[in-house]
Design a protein around this ligand. Structure first.
Ligand code: PAF
Length: 282
Protein backbone atom coordinates (compact mmCIF):
# COMPACT_ATOMS: atom_id res chain seq x y z
CA UNK A 1 0.00 0.00 0.00
CA UNK A 2 1.29 3.46 -0.94
CA UNK A 3 1.33 6.36 1.48
CA UNK A 4 1.35 9.55 -0.56
CA UNK A 5 1.84 12.89 1.16
CA UNK A 6 2.18 15.55 -1.52
CA UNK A 7 0.02 17.04 -4.25
CA UNK A 8 2.80 16.48 -6.82
CA UNK A 9 3.09 12.79 -5.92
CA UNK A 10 -0.66 12.12 -6.01
CA UNK A 11 -1.01 13.86 -9.38
CA UNK A 12 1.88 11.80 -10.76
CA UNK A 13 0.50 8.53 -9.33
CA UNK A 14 -2.96 9.11 -10.82
CA UNK A 15 -1.72 10.26 -14.21
CA UNK A 16 0.46 7.12 -14.51
CA UNK A 17 -2.54 4.91 -13.72
CA UNK A 18 -4.67 6.85 -16.22
CA UNK A 19 -2.05 6.40 -18.97
CA UNK A 20 -2.48 2.65 -18.43
CA UNK A 21 -6.28 3.12 -18.77
CA UNK A 22 -7.02 2.20 -15.17
CA UNK A 23 -10.01 3.74 -13.41
CA UNK A 24 -9.73 5.52 -10.07
CA UNK A 25 -12.20 5.46 -7.18
CA UNK A 26 -11.86 7.93 -4.32
CA UNK A 27 -12.95 7.75 -0.68
CA UNK A 28 -12.34 11.08 1.11
CA UNK A 29 -12.05 10.71 4.91
CA UNK A 30 -10.75 12.48 7.96
CA UNK A 31 -9.12 9.28 9.22
CA UNK A 32 -9.80 7.26 12.39
CA UNK A 33 -10.91 4.62 9.92
CA UNK A 34 -13.54 2.05 10.86
CA UNK A 35 -15.74 -0.62 9.25
CA UNK A 36 -17.96 2.09 7.75
CA UNK A 37 -14.97 3.39 5.76
CA UNK A 38 -14.01 -0.20 4.87
CA UNK A 39 -17.46 -0.72 3.34
CA UNK A 40 -17.00 2.43 1.18
CA UNK A 41 -13.54 1.23 0.10
CA UNK A 42 -14.88 -2.22 -0.79
CA UNK A 43 -17.69 -0.65 -2.77
CA UNK A 44 -15.13 1.52 -4.61
CA UNK A 45 -12.88 -1.50 -5.28
CA UNK A 46 -15.79 -3.35 -6.92
CA UNK A 47 -16.12 -0.56 -9.47
CA UNK A 48 -12.53 0.66 -9.98
CA UNK A 49 -9.02 -0.70 -10.57
CA UNK A 50 -7.41 1.57 -7.96
CA UNK A 51 -8.81 3.35 -4.93
CA UNK A 52 -7.38 6.37 -3.16
CA UNK A 53 -8.38 7.09 0.44
CA UNK A 54 -7.60 10.62 1.56
CA UNK A 55 -6.94 11.13 5.25
CA UNK A 56 -7.10 14.81 6.08
CA UNK A 57 -8.66 16.49 9.12
CA UNK A 58 -9.93 19.57 7.35
CA UNK A 59 -9.61 22.67 9.58
CA UNK A 60 -12.05 24.83 7.62
CA UNK A 61 -15.08 22.63 8.26
CA UNK A 62 -14.88 22.83 12.07
CA UNK A 63 -16.81 25.70 13.59
CA UNK A 64 -15.62 24.69 17.05
CA UNK A 65 -11.87 24.78 17.71
CA UNK A 66 -12.00 22.26 20.56
CA UNK A 67 -13.81 19.77 18.28
CA UNK A 68 -11.01 20.21 15.71
CA UNK A 69 -8.32 19.78 18.35
CA UNK A 70 -9.91 16.64 19.80
CA UNK A 71 -10.76 15.01 16.48
CA UNK A 72 -8.97 11.59 16.51
CA UNK A 73 -5.75 11.50 14.45
CA UNK A 74 -4.54 7.92 14.00
CA UNK A 75 -2.50 7.76 10.77
CA UNK A 76 -0.36 4.77 11.87
CA UNK A 77 -3.42 2.74 12.85
CA UNK A 78 -5.21 3.81 9.66
CA UNK A 79 -2.24 2.72 7.55
CA UNK A 80 -2.21 -0.75 9.07
CA UNK A 81 -6.04 -0.93 8.79
CA UNK A 82 -5.67 -0.41 5.02
CA UNK A 83 -2.59 -2.59 4.53
CA UNK A 84 -4.78 -5.67 3.98
CA UNK A 85 -5.95 -4.19 0.66
CA UNK A 86 -2.45 -4.33 -0.86
CA UNK A 87 -1.38 -2.26 -3.85
CA UNK A 88 -4.87 -1.42 -5.12
CA UNK A 89 -5.53 1.02 -2.25
CA UNK A 90 -3.37 4.11 -1.62
CA UNK A 91 -3.57 6.68 1.13
CA UNK A 92 -3.31 10.37 0.35
CA UNK A 93 -2.45 12.12 3.64
CA UNK A 94 -1.46 15.70 2.81
CA UNK A 95 -0.72 18.66 5.10
CA UNK A 96 -3.04 21.70 5.09
CA UNK A 97 -0.46 23.55 2.95
CA UNK A 98 -0.45 20.78 0.32
CA UNK A 99 -4.23 20.96 0.10
CA UNK A 100 -4.80 24.70 0.40
CA UNK A 101 -1.51 26.38 -0.43
CA UNK A 102 -0.70 29.31 1.85
CA UNK A 103 -4.24 30.35 2.68
CA UNK A 104 -6.22 27.80 4.65
CA UNK A 105 -9.60 29.45 4.05
CA UNK A 106 -13.03 28.50 2.75
CA UNK A 107 -14.60 29.62 -0.46
CA UNK A 108 -18.23 30.76 -0.09
CA UNK A 109 -20.73 28.57 -1.88
CA UNK A 110 -24.39 28.83 -2.75
CA UNK A 111 -25.71 25.28 -2.50
CA UNK A 112 -29.27 26.40 -3.31
CA UNK A 113 -30.60 26.25 0.23
CA UNK A 114 -29.45 22.74 1.17
CA UNK A 115 -26.74 24.39 3.30
CA UNK A 116 -29.20 26.43 5.39
CA UNK A 117 -30.92 23.61 7.32
CA UNK A 118 -29.86 21.14 10.04
CA UNK A 119 -26.02 20.83 10.01
CA UNK A 120 -25.84 24.15 8.16
CA UNK A 121 -27.82 25.95 10.89
CA UNK A 122 -25.95 24.36 13.77
CA UNK A 123 -22.44 24.43 12.28
CA UNK A 124 -22.06 27.81 10.54
CA UNK A 125 -19.53 27.69 7.71
CA UNK A 126 -19.29 23.90 7.86
CA UNK A 127 -20.45 23.21 4.31
CA UNK A 128 -18.29 25.97 2.83
CA UNK A 129 -15.36 24.16 4.47
CA UNK A 130 -16.46 20.75 3.15
CA UNK A 131 -17.06 22.17 -0.35
CA UNK A 132 -13.70 23.95 -0.40
CA UNK A 133 -11.63 20.98 0.72
CA UNK A 134 -13.38 18.58 -1.65
CA UNK A 135 -12.98 20.99 -4.54
CA UNK A 136 -9.20 20.95 -3.86
CA UNK A 137 -9.04 17.19 -3.27
CA UNK A 138 -11.13 16.30 -6.33
CA UNK A 139 -8.84 18.43 -8.52
CA UNK A 140 -5.67 16.90 -7.01
CA UNK A 141 -6.83 13.28 -7.05
CA UNK A 142 -8.85 13.53 -10.28
CA UNK A 143 -10.93 10.36 -9.68
CA UNK A 144 -13.63 8.86 -11.90
CA UNK A 145 -15.98 8.39 -8.96
CA UNK A 146 -16.05 9.38 -5.28
CA UNK A 147 -17.94 7.49 -2.56
CA UNK A 148 -19.67 8.99 0.49
CA UNK A 149 -21.65 7.41 3.32
CA UNK A 150 -25.32 8.28 3.72
CA UNK A 151 -24.73 8.86 7.44
CA UNK A 152 -23.79 12.38 6.33
CA UNK A 153 -26.78 12.55 4.00
CA UNK A 154 -26.87 16.35 3.89
CA UNK A 155 -23.15 16.37 3.02
CA UNK A 156 -23.81 13.86 0.21
CA UNK A 157 -26.37 16.24 -1.38
CA UNK A 158 -23.98 19.18 -0.91
CA UNK A 159 -21.18 17.25 -2.66
CA UNK A 160 -23.47 16.47 -5.61
CA UNK A 161 -24.24 20.21 -5.88
CA UNK A 162 -20.54 21.09 -5.54
CA UNK A 163 -19.63 18.92 -8.50
CA UNK A 164 -22.31 20.70 -10.58
CA UNK A 165 -21.17 24.18 -9.47
CA UNK A 166 -17.46 23.49 -10.04
CA UNK A 167 -18.18 21.48 -13.22
CA UNK A 168 -15.97 18.63 -12.00
CA UNK A 169 -15.82 15.52 -14.21
CA UNK A 170 -16.57 12.83 -11.63
CA UNK A 171 -19.50 10.79 -10.40
CA UNK A 172 -20.66 11.03 -6.77
CA UNK A 173 -22.08 7.88 -5.23
CA UNK A 174 -23.83 7.53 -1.87
CA UNK A 175 -23.47 4.26 0.07
CA UNK A 176 -25.78 2.89 2.80
CA UNK A 177 -25.06 3.69 6.46
CA UNK A 178 -22.88 1.05 8.09
CA UNK A 179 -24.17 0.20 11.57
CA UNK A 180 -22.86 -1.77 14.54
CA UNK A 181 -24.91 -4.86 15.48
CA UNK A 182 -26.79 -2.75 18.05
CA UNK A 183 -27.77 -0.21 15.37
CA UNK A 184 -25.36 2.62 16.23
CA UNK A 185 -24.15 4.29 13.03
CA UNK A 186 -20.38 3.89 12.57
CA UNK A 187 -18.54 7.17 12.98
CA UNK A 188 -14.97 8.26 13.73
CA UNK A 189 -16.40 10.20 16.67
CA UNK A 190 -17.53 6.91 18.28
CA UNK A 191 -13.84 6.39 19.16
CA UNK A 192 -14.27 9.18 21.74
CA UNK A 193 -17.27 7.53 23.46
CA UNK A 194 -16.90 5.47 26.63
CA UNK A 195 -18.20 1.85 26.48
CA UNK A 196 -21.27 3.03 28.43
CA UNK A 197 -21.89 5.95 26.05
CA UNK A 198 -21.52 3.58 23.08
CA UNK A 199 -24.42 1.57 24.49
CA UNK A 200 -26.50 4.65 25.40
CA UNK A 201 -26.04 6.17 21.94
CA UNK A 202 -28.04 3.32 20.36
CA UNK A 203 -31.08 5.29 21.60
CA UNK A 204 -30.69 7.49 18.49
CA UNK A 205 -31.17 4.47 16.21
CA UNK A 206 -34.12 3.20 18.26
CA UNK A 207 -35.87 6.58 17.97
CA UNK A 208 -35.31 6.70 14.20
CA UNK A 209 -36.72 3.19 13.83
CA UNK A 210 -39.83 4.11 15.81
CA UNK A 211 -40.32 7.27 13.72
CA UNK A 212 -40.12 5.12 10.59
CA UNK A 213 -42.71 2.73 12.00
CA UNK A 214 -45.11 5.55 12.93
CA UNK A 215 -44.56 7.76 9.88
CA UNK A 216 -47.53 6.46 7.91
CA UNK A 217 -50.06 7.02 10.68
CA UNK A 218 -48.75 10.10 12.52
CA UNK A 219 -48.16 13.69 11.46
CA UNK A 220 -44.69 15.24 11.37
CA UNK A 221 -45.79 17.62 14.16
CA UNK A 222 -46.80 14.72 16.44
CA UNK A 223 -43.58 12.86 15.68
CA UNK A 224 -41.44 15.94 16.38
CA UNK A 225 -43.15 16.42 19.75
CA UNK A 226 -42.76 12.72 20.60
CA UNK A 227 -39.03 12.72 19.78
CA UNK A 228 -38.44 15.89 21.81
CA UNK A 229 -40.12 14.31 24.85
CA UNK A 230 -38.15 11.06 24.48
CA UNK A 231 -34.86 12.96 24.54
CA UNK A 232 -36.00 15.18 27.46
CA UNK A 233 -36.60 11.99 29.44
CA UNK A 234 -33.20 10.55 28.53
CA UNK A 235 -30.49 11.67 30.99
CA UNK A 236 -27.61 10.53 28.74
CA UNK A 237 -28.26 12.29 25.43
CA UNK A 238 -29.12 15.89 24.57
CA UNK A 239 -31.07 16.50 21.39
CA UNK A 240 -29.72 19.27 19.17
CA UNK A 241 -32.25 18.81 16.39
CA UNK A 242 -34.75 16.35 15.01
CA UNK A 243 -36.14 16.88 11.52
CA UNK A 244 -38.23 15.08 8.97
CA UNK A 245 -37.31 16.35 5.52
CA UNK A 246 -37.81 15.76 1.88
CA UNK A 247 -34.90 13.58 0.66
CA UNK A 248 -34.22 15.67 -2.46
CA UNK A 249 -33.89 19.25 -1.20
CA UNK A 250 -34.10 18.70 2.60
CA UNK A 251 -36.97 21.11 3.15
CA UNK A 252 -38.69 20.26 6.47
CA UNK A 253 -41.90 18.33 5.99
CA UNK A 254 -45.12 20.27 6.56
CA UNK A 255 -47.65 18.21 4.56
CA UNK A 256 -46.93 14.68 3.34
CA UNK A 257 -47.08 14.23 -0.40
CA UNK A 258 -47.46 10.92 -2.20
CA UNK A 259 -44.45 9.82 -4.32
CA UNK A 260 -42.19 12.02 -2.22
CA UNK A 261 -39.33 10.41 -0.31
CA UNK A 262 -38.68 11.52 3.29
CA UNK A 263 -35.89 10.98 5.82
CA UNK A 264 -35.68 11.58 9.55
CA UNK A 265 -32.54 13.28 10.89
CA UNK A 266 -31.12 13.53 14.41
CA UNK A 267 -28.16 15.37 15.92
CA UNK A 268 -27.54 14.75 19.62
CA UNK A 269 -24.78 15.07 22.19
CA UNK A 270 -23.46 12.22 24.32
CA UNK A 271 -21.52 14.31 26.84
CA UNK A 272 -19.51 16.62 24.61
CA UNK A 273 -19.47 14.26 21.62
CA UNK A 274 -21.82 15.27 18.84
CA UNK A 275 -23.46 12.39 16.94
CA UNK A 276 -25.63 12.47 13.84
CA UNK A 277 -27.76 9.82 12.17
CA UNK A 278 -30.64 9.59 9.71
CA UNK A 279 -32.98 7.06 8.14
CA UNK A 280 -35.20 6.77 5.08
CA UNK A 281 -38.72 6.53 6.52
CA UNK A 282 -40.95 5.76 3.53
O1 PAF B 1 -17.18 13.19 5.89
C1 PAF B 1 -16.00 13.51 6.11
O2 PAF B 1 -15.21 12.75 6.68
C2 PAF B 1 -15.52 14.88 5.69
O3 PAF B 1 -16.54 15.83 5.80
C3 PAF B 1 -14.91 14.91 4.27
C4 PAF B 1 -15.93 14.52 3.23
C5 PAF B 1 -13.73 13.94 4.21
C6 PAF B 1 -14.39 16.30 3.93
O4 PAF B 1 -13.41 16.72 4.81
Amino acid sequence: MNLIKTKTEIEKYVSEKRKQKFSIGFVPTMGALHEGHASLIEYALKHHDYVIVSIFVNPTQFNNSSDLEKYPRTLDQDTSFLSTYGKSVSIYAPTPQEVYGNQVVSKQYNFKGIEHVMEGTHRPGHFDGVGTVLNHLFRQVNPDEAFFGEKDFQQLLIVKKLVEIEKLPLKITGCPIHRQKNGLAMSSRNARLTPQQLEEATFIYKILKQVKEDFETKSAKTLRAWVTTQFKNNPHLTLEYFEISNSTHLRPLSRKRTHQKYRAFIAAFAGEIRLIDNMAIN
